[in-house]
Design a protein around this ligand. Structure first.
Ligand SMILES: *Cc1c(COP(=O)(O)O)cnc(C)c1O
Length: 381
Protein backbone atom coordinates (compact mmCIF):
# COMPACT_ATOMS: atom_id res chain seq x y z
CA UNK A 1 0.00 0.00 0.00
CA UNK A 2 3.05 2.22 0.12
CA UNK A 3 2.47 5.00 -2.34
CA UNK A 4 4.68 5.82 -5.26
CA UNK A 5 1.99 8.10 -6.61
CA UNK A 6 3.41 11.27 -8.11
CA UNK A 7 1.79 14.43 -6.82
CA UNK A 8 1.96 18.19 -7.08
CA UNK A 9 3.75 18.59 -10.41
CA UNK A 10 3.76 16.58 -13.62
CA UNK A 11 7.55 16.56 -13.45
CA UNK A 12 7.26 13.97 -10.69
CA UNK A 13 6.12 11.21 -13.05
CA UNK A 14 9.51 9.56 -13.18
CA UNK A 15 10.44 9.78 -9.52
CA UNK A 16 13.18 7.46 -8.44
CA UNK A 17 11.98 5.49 -5.46
CA UNK A 18 15.07 3.63 -4.33
CA UNK A 19 16.07 4.16 -0.73
CA UNK A 20 19.09 6.16 0.37
CA UNK A 21 21.51 4.54 2.85
CA UNK A 22 21.38 6.16 6.28
CA UNK A 23 23.78 5.09 9.03
CA UNK A 24 22.33 4.72 12.52
CA UNK A 25 24.19 5.95 15.62
CA UNK A 26 21.61 5.51 18.35
CA UNK A 27 21.52 7.89 21.31
CA UNK A 28 23.24 6.64 24.45
CA UNK A 29 20.78 8.59 26.61
CA UNK A 30 17.21 8.32 25.24
CA UNK A 31 14.41 9.48 27.55
CA UNK A 32 12.84 6.74 29.71
CA UNK A 33 9.41 5.31 28.90
CA UNK A 34 8.02 7.30 31.85
CA UNK A 35 9.51 10.59 30.66
CA UNK A 36 8.18 9.96 27.19
CA UNK A 37 4.71 9.08 28.48
CA UNK A 38 4.60 12.31 30.51
CA UNK A 39 5.42 14.34 27.38
CA UNK A 40 2.98 12.44 25.16
CA UNK A 41 0.19 13.02 27.70
CA UNK A 42 0.31 16.73 26.83
CA UNK A 43 2.64 17.37 23.90
CA UNK A 44 1.33 20.76 22.72
CA UNK A 45 2.95 21.78 19.42
CA UNK A 46 6.67 22.06 18.68
CA UNK A 47 7.73 22.06 22.33
CA UNK A 48 9.31 18.62 22.71
CA UNK A 49 11.54 16.66 20.38
CA UNK A 50 12.26 12.97 20.04
CA UNK A 51 15.55 11.31 20.99
CA UNK A 52 17.11 11.39 17.53
CA UNK A 53 17.53 13.45 14.39
CA UNK A 54 18.81 12.77 10.89
CA UNK A 55 21.52 14.82 9.29
CA UNK A 56 23.38 14.91 5.99
CA UNK A 57 25.86 17.28 4.39
CA UNK A 58 26.35 18.62 0.91
CA UNK A 59 29.52 20.06 -0.47
CA UNK A 60 30.35 21.19 -3.95
CA UNK A 61 33.06 18.54 -4.18
CA UNK A 62 31.21 15.49 -2.82
CA UNK A 63 27.49 16.17 -3.23
CA UNK A 64 25.20 14.72 -0.54
CA UNK A 65 26.96 12.41 1.94
CA UNK A 66 27.22 11.24 5.53
CA UNK A 67 23.47 10.73 6.03
CA UNK A 68 23.02 9.41 9.54
CA UNK A 69 20.65 9.10 12.47
CA UNK A 70 22.24 10.63 15.57
CA UNK A 71 21.15 11.69 19.04
CA UNK A 72 19.09 14.90 19.07
CA UNK A 73 21.60 17.53 20.16
CA UNK A 74 22.46 21.23 19.82
CA UNK A 75 24.43 22.35 16.79
CA UNK A 76 27.71 24.16 16.99
CA UNK A 77 28.08 26.98 14.46
CA UNK A 78 30.83 29.35 13.48
CA UNK A 79 29.51 32.91 13.98
CA UNK A 80 30.24 33.62 10.30
CA UNK A 81 28.08 30.70 9.11
CA UNK A 82 26.52 32.06 5.96
CA UNK A 83 22.81 31.36 6.60
CA UNK A 84 22.71 33.27 9.89
CA UNK A 85 23.54 36.41 7.93
CA UNK A 86 21.92 35.94 4.55
CA UNK A 87 19.10 33.51 5.19
CA UNK A 88 19.63 30.52 2.92
CA UNK A 89 17.27 28.41 5.04
CA UNK A 90 14.27 26.33 3.94
CA UNK A 91 11.99 23.83 5.64
CA UNK A 92 9.12 21.40 5.25
CA UNK A 93 6.42 20.11 7.57
CA UNK A 94 4.53 16.83 7.52
CA UNK A 95 2.89 14.52 10.02
CA UNK A 96 3.11 10.84 10.90
CA UNK A 97 -0.09 9.27 12.20
CA UNK A 98 -0.46 5.98 14.04
CA UNK A 99 -3.26 3.84 12.65
CA UNK A 100 -5.49 1.53 14.64
CA UNK A 101 -3.31 -1.54 13.84
CA UNK A 102 -0.23 0.23 15.24
CA UNK A 103 1.39 0.98 11.87
CA UNK A 104 2.67 4.53 11.20
CA UNK A 105 1.97 6.46 8.01
CA UNK A 106 2.59 9.85 6.52
CA UNK A 107 0.70 11.75 3.83
CA UNK A 108 1.98 12.51 0.30
CA UNK A 109 5.64 12.87 1.29
CA UNK A 110 6.74 12.93 -2.37
CA UNK A 111 4.92 16.27 -2.66
CA UNK A 112 6.88 17.67 0.28
CA UNK A 113 10.12 16.24 -1.12
CA UNK A 114 9.49 17.95 -4.47
CA UNK A 115 8.51 21.24 -2.87
CA UNK A 116 11.69 21.06 -0.76
CA UNK A 117 13.67 20.78 -3.98
CA UNK A 118 11.78 23.70 -5.51
CA UNK A 119 12.41 25.82 -2.41
CA UNK A 120 16.11 24.93 -2.58
CA UNK A 121 16.32 25.95 -6.24
CA UNK A 122 14.65 29.29 -5.54
CA UNK A 123 17.20 30.05 -2.83
CA UNK A 124 20.11 28.84 -4.98
CA UNK A 125 20.71 25.89 -2.61
CA UNK A 126 21.55 22.26 -3.43
CA UNK A 127 18.28 20.30 -3.85
CA UNK A 128 17.99 17.26 -1.58
CA UNK A 129 17.52 14.00 -3.51
CA UNK A 130 13.96 12.69 -3.11
CA UNK A 131 15.13 9.21 -1.95
CA UNK A 132 17.20 10.85 0.80
CA UNK A 133 14.19 12.90 1.91
CA UNK A 134 11.94 9.81 2.06
CA UNK A 135 14.57 7.55 3.65
CA UNK A 136 15.28 10.14 6.33
CA UNK A 137 11.60 10.14 7.34
CA UNK A 138 11.59 6.34 7.54
CA UNK A 139 14.86 6.17 9.48
CA UNK A 140 13.80 8.70 12.10
CA UNK A 141 10.29 7.37 12.60
CA UNK A 142 11.60 3.81 12.87
CA UNK A 143 14.08 4.60 15.63
CA UNK A 144 11.71 6.99 17.46
CA UNK A 145 8.51 5.07 16.75
CA UNK A 146 7.52 5.05 20.41
CA UNK A 147 7.15 8.84 20.10
CA UNK A 148 4.27 8.56 17.62
CA UNK A 149 1.18 9.31 19.74
CA UNK A 150 -1.72 6.89 19.90
CA UNK A 151 -4.41 9.37 20.95
CA UNK A 152 -6.96 10.57 18.42
CA UNK A 153 -5.87 13.45 16.16
CA UNK A 154 -2.40 13.39 17.71
CA UNK A 155 0.61 12.93 15.46
CA UNK A 156 4.37 13.12 15.21
CA UNK A 157 5.21 16.35 13.39
CA UNK A 158 8.22 15.93 11.09
CA UNK A 159 10.36 18.96 10.32
CA UNK A 160 12.94 18.58 7.52
CA UNK A 161 15.10 21.67 7.05
CA UNK A 162 18.26 22.80 5.33
CA UNK A 163 20.64 25.73 5.62
CA UNK A 164 23.95 26.93 4.25
CA UNK A 165 26.98 26.09 6.36
CA UNK A 166 29.76 27.82 4.46
CA UNK A 167 31.72 30.10 6.77
CA UNK A 168 32.30 33.60 5.48
CA UNK A 169 30.52 36.86 4.80
CA UNK A 170 30.72 36.86 1.02
CA UNK A 171 27.27 37.20 -0.55
CA UNK A 172 26.83 34.30 -2.98
CA UNK A 173 25.26 30.84 -3.01
CA UNK A 174 27.08 28.81 -0.36
CA UNK A 175 29.33 25.88 -1.25
CA UNK A 176 28.10 23.73 1.68
CA UNK A 177 24.68 22.85 3.10
CA UNK A 178 23.36 20.81 5.99
CA UNK A 179 20.10 18.87 5.94
CA UNK A 180 18.44 18.01 9.23
CA UNK A 181 15.23 16.21 10.16
CA UNK A 182 13.75 16.54 13.65
CA UNK A 183 10.44 15.28 15.02
CA UNK A 184 8.04 16.67 17.61
CA UNK A 185 4.95 14.98 19.06
CA UNK A 186 1.84 17.11 18.42
CA UNK A 187 -1.42 17.12 20.34
CA UNK A 188 -4.85 17.62 18.83
CA UNK A 189 -4.74 21.13 17.37
CA UNK A 190 -8.18 21.94 18.74
CA UNK A 191 -8.38 20.41 22.18
CA UNK A 192 -11.61 22.09 23.24
CA UNK A 193 -13.62 21.56 20.04
CA UNK A 194 -13.17 23.34 16.71
CA UNK A 195 -12.86 27.08 17.31
CA UNK A 196 -13.21 29.42 14.32
CA UNK A 197 -10.44 31.99 14.00
CA UNK A 198 -10.76 35.71 13.35
CA UNK A 199 -8.59 37.32 10.69
CA UNK A 200 -7.10 40.77 10.02
CA UNK A 201 -6.67 41.77 6.36
CA UNK A 202 -3.31 43.49 6.22
CA UNK A 203 -3.19 46.53 3.94
CA UNK A 204 0.18 47.65 5.18
CA UNK A 205 2.35 44.54 4.83
CA UNK A 206 2.59 41.86 2.16
CA UNK A 207 3.91 38.30 2.51
CA UNK A 208 5.18 37.85 -1.02
CA UNK A 209 5.43 39.70 -4.29
CA UNK A 210 5.62 38.57 -7.93
CA UNK A 211 9.15 37.32 -8.55
CA UNK A 212 9.79 36.98 -4.81
CA UNK A 213 10.00 33.91 -2.61
CA UNK A 214 6.30 33.35 -1.87
CA UNK A 215 6.30 29.90 -3.48
CA UNK A 216 9.31 28.73 -1.49
CA UNK A 217 8.99 27.44 2.06
CA UNK A 218 11.84 29.58 3.32
CA UNK A 219 12.58 30.92 6.77
CA UNK A 220 12.64 34.52 5.55
CA UNK A 221 8.96 34.45 4.53
CA UNK A 222 8.08 33.72 8.13
CA UNK A 223 10.38 36.42 9.49
CA UNK A 224 8.69 38.91 7.17
CA UNK A 225 5.23 37.86 8.36
CA UNK A 226 5.68 38.38 12.09
CA UNK A 227 5.10 42.12 12.26
CA UNK A 228 1.82 41.72 10.35
CA UNK A 229 0.79 38.87 12.64
CA UNK A 230 1.50 41.16 15.62
CA UNK A 231 -0.65 43.84 13.98
CA UNK A 232 -3.47 41.32 13.56
CA UNK A 233 -3.26 40.59 17.28
CA UNK A 234 -3.38 44.34 18.06
CA UNK A 235 -6.64 44.44 16.12
CA UNK A 236 -8.00 41.60 18.21
CA UNK A 237 -7.56 38.96 15.49
CA UNK A 238 -6.01 35.49 15.63
CA UNK A 239 -4.40 35.51 12.20
CA UNK A 240 -3.35 37.79 9.36
CA UNK A 241 -4.76 37.47 5.82
CA UNK A 242 -2.39 38.43 3.02
CA UNK A 243 -3.44 40.50 0.03
CA UNK A 244 -1.54 40.61 -3.27
CA UNK A 245 1.45 42.93 -3.34
CA UNK A 246 0.52 44.88 -6.47
CA UNK A 247 -3.14 45.87 -6.17
CA UNK A 248 -3.53 45.11 -2.47
CA UNK A 249 -6.96 43.68 -3.06
CA UNK A 250 -6.75 40.00 -4.05
CA UNK A 251 -6.84 37.46 -1.24
CA UNK A 252 -3.79 35.18 -1.12
CA UNK A 253 -3.34 33.26 2.15
CA UNK A 254 -3.92 33.29 5.90
CA UNK A 255 -0.74 33.33 8.01
CA UNK A 256 1.02 30.09 7.07
CA UNK A 257 -2.07 28.41 5.61
CA UNK A 258 -4.00 28.44 2.33
CA UNK A 259 -7.60 29.64 2.18
CA UNK A 260 -10.86 28.24 0.80
CA UNK A 261 -14.17 30.04 0.20
CA UNK A 262 -17.42 28.04 0.26
CA UNK A 263 -20.38 29.21 -1.87
CA UNK A 264 -23.85 27.81 -1.31
CA UNK A 265 -24.63 24.74 0.75
CA UNK A 266 -25.63 21.11 0.62
CA UNK A 267 -25.19 19.14 -2.61
CA UNK A 268 -24.73 22.29 -4.72
CA UNK A 269 -21.95 23.77 -2.59
CA UNK A 270 -18.89 25.00 -4.47
CA UNK A 271 -15.46 25.68 -3.03
CA UNK A 272 -12.83 28.04 -4.39
CA UNK A 273 -9.21 28.60 -3.40
CA UNK A 274 -7.03 31.47 -4.65
CA UNK A 275 -5.04 30.38 -7.70
CA UNK A 276 -1.27 29.88 -7.48
CA UNK A 277 0.21 33.09 -8.86
CA UNK A 278 3.78 32.46 -7.77
CA UNK A 279 3.26 34.49 -4.62
CA UNK A 280 1.28 31.76 -2.84
CA UNK A 281 2.73 28.71 -1.15
CA UNK A 282 1.43 25.63 -2.99
CA UNK A 283 0.06 23.66 -0.02
CA UNK A 284 -0.23 19.89 -0.13
CA UNK A 285 -3.40 20.21 1.95
CA UNK A 286 -4.81 22.75 -0.49
CA UNK A 287 -4.15 20.44 -3.47
CA UNK A 288 -5.61 17.43 -1.65
CA UNK A 289 -8.82 19.26 -0.76
CA UNK A 290 -9.46 20.18 -4.40
CA UNK A 291 -9.48 16.44 -5.15
CA UNK A 292 -11.44 15.38 -2.06
CA UNK A 293 -14.15 17.98 -2.62
CA UNK A 294 -14.66 16.68 -6.17
CA UNK A 295 -14.76 13.12 -4.81
CA UNK A 296 -17.58 14.26 -2.56
CA UNK A 297 -19.50 15.66 -5.53
CA UNK A 298 -18.72 19.31 -4.99
CA UNK A 299 -17.47 21.78 -7.54
CA UNK A 300 -13.94 22.76 -6.56
CA UNK A 301 -11.89 25.33 -8.38
CA UNK A 302 -9.01 27.75 -8.25
CA UNK A 303 -9.94 31.38 -8.79
CA UNK A 304 -9.58 34.77 -7.28
CA UNK A 305 -11.49 36.94 -4.88
CA UNK A 306 -10.94 40.48 -3.70
CA UNK A 307 -11.33 41.67 -0.13
CA UNK A 308 -14.36 43.73 -1.17
CA UNK A 309 -16.00 40.75 -2.88
CA UNK A 310 -15.41 38.59 0.18
CA UNK A 311 -17.21 41.15 2.30
CA UNK A 312 -20.06 41.68 -0.20
CA UNK A 313 -20.56 37.94 -0.70
CA UNK A 314 -20.81 37.41 3.05
CA UNK A 315 -23.37 40.22 3.28
CA UNK A 316 -25.46 38.70 0.48
CA UNK A 317 -25.11 35.19 1.86
CA UNK A 318 -23.39 33.91 -1.30
CA UNK A 319 -20.35 32.90 0.76
CA UNK A 320 -21.45 30.51 3.48
CA UNK A 321 -18.13 29.39 4.94
CA UNK A 322 -14.42 30.16 4.79
CA UNK A 323 -11.66 27.92 6.05
CA UNK A 324 -7.87 27.78 6.11
CA UNK A 325 -5.85 24.62 5.51
CA UNK A 326 -2.34 23.34 6.11
CA UNK A 327 -0.49 20.38 7.58
CA UNK A 328 -0.29 21.66 11.15
CA UNK A 329 -3.96 22.55 11.75
CA UNK A 330 -5.43 20.49 8.82
CA UNK A 331 -8.64 22.52 8.28
CA UNK A 332 -9.49 25.58 10.39
CA UNK A 333 -12.75 27.54 10.08
CA UNK A 334 -12.60 31.33 9.74
CA UNK A 335 -15.47 32.99 11.61
CA UNK A 336 -14.76 36.72 11.53
CA UNK A 337 -12.87 39.06 9.24
CA UNK A 338 -11.70 42.59 9.96
CA UNK A 339 -10.00 45.22 7.83
CA UNK A 340 -9.35 48.95 8.05
CA UNK A 341 -12.73 49.36 6.32
CA UNK A 342 -14.81 47.30 8.72
CA UNK A 343 -15.74 43.93 10.20
CA UNK A 344 -17.84 41.12 8.88
CA UNK A 345 -18.97 37.66 9.95
CA UNK A 346 -18.72 34.59 7.75
CA UNK A 347 -21.97 32.62 7.79
CA UNK A 348 -23.06 32.42 11.41
CA UNK A 349 -19.47 32.77 12.62
CA UNK A 350 -19.30 29.06 13.51
CA UNK A 351 -17.60 26.10 11.84
CA UNK A 352 -19.78 25.24 8.84
CA UNK A 353 -20.83 21.80 7.56
CA UNK A 354 -18.67 21.80 4.39
CA UNK A 355 -15.62 22.80 6.42
CA UNK A 356 -16.27 19.96 8.86
CA UNK A 357 -17.04 17.42 6.15
CA UNK A 358 -13.77 18.13 4.33
CA UNK A 359 -11.85 18.14 7.59
CA UNK A 360 -13.21 14.73 8.60
CA UNK A 361 -12.58 13.28 5.15
CA UNK A 362 -8.96 14.43 5.02
CA UNK A 363 -8.15 13.57 8.62
CA UNK A 364 -9.96 10.24 8.14
CA UNK A 365 -7.63 9.31 5.28
CA UNK A 366 -4.58 10.45 7.21
CA UNK A 367 -5.51 8.44 10.28
CA UNK A 368 -6.59 5.34 8.36
CA UNK A 369 -10.30 5.57 9.11
CA UNK A 370 -11.35 6.49 5.57
CA UNK A 371 -10.11 4.40 2.58
CA UNK A 372 -6.99 5.85 0.96
CA UNK A 373 -8.50 5.83 -2.54
CA UNK A 374 -5.79 8.03 -4.07
CA UNK A 375 -2.80 6.12 -2.62
CA UNK A 376 -1.72 9.18 -0.70
CA UNK A 377 -0.45 7.32 2.36
CA UNK A 378 3.17 6.26 2.75
CA UNK A 379 4.14 3.75 5.39
CA UNK A 380 6.98 4.77 7.72
CA UNK A 381 6.85 2.04 10.38
C1 LIG B 1 3.46 25.37 4.67
C2 LIG B 1 2.55 26.48 4.24
C3 LIG B 1 1.22 26.25 3.82
C4 LIG B 1 0.55 24.91 3.90
O1 LIG B 1 1.17 23.90 3.16
P1 LIG B 1 0.84 22.38 3.47
O2 LIG B 1 1.67 21.64 2.49
O3 LIG B 1 -0.61 22.19 3.24
O4 LIG B 1 1.21 22.13 4.89
C5 LIG B 1 0.49 27.33 3.37
N1 LIG B 1 0.99 28.58 3.35
C6 LIG B 1 2.25 28.84 3.76
C7 LIG B 1 2.76 30.24 3.70
C8 LIG B 1 3.07 27.81 4.23
O5 LIG B 1 4.31 28.07 4.63
Amino acid sequence: MTSTQPVATPASASLPDESWPIAVNASSSPRSAQERAAILAEPGFGRYFTDHMVRAQWTQADGWRDAEVVAYAPLSLDPATNFIHYGQAIFEGLKAYRHADGSVWTFRPHANAERFQNSARRLAMAPLPIPLFLSSLEALVRIDEAWVPVAEECSLYLRPFMFSTEVGLGVRPANAYEYLLIASPAGAYFSGGIEPVSVWLSQEYVRAAPGGTGEAKCAGNYAASLVAQAQAAEHGCDQVVWLDAVERQWIEEMGGMNLYFVYGSGPTARIMTPELTGALLPGVTRASLLTLARDLGMQAEEGRISAQQWRDDCASGAITEVFACGTAAVVTPVGQARSAKGDWTIGDGQAGPITMLLREELLGIQTGEVPDRHNWLYRLA
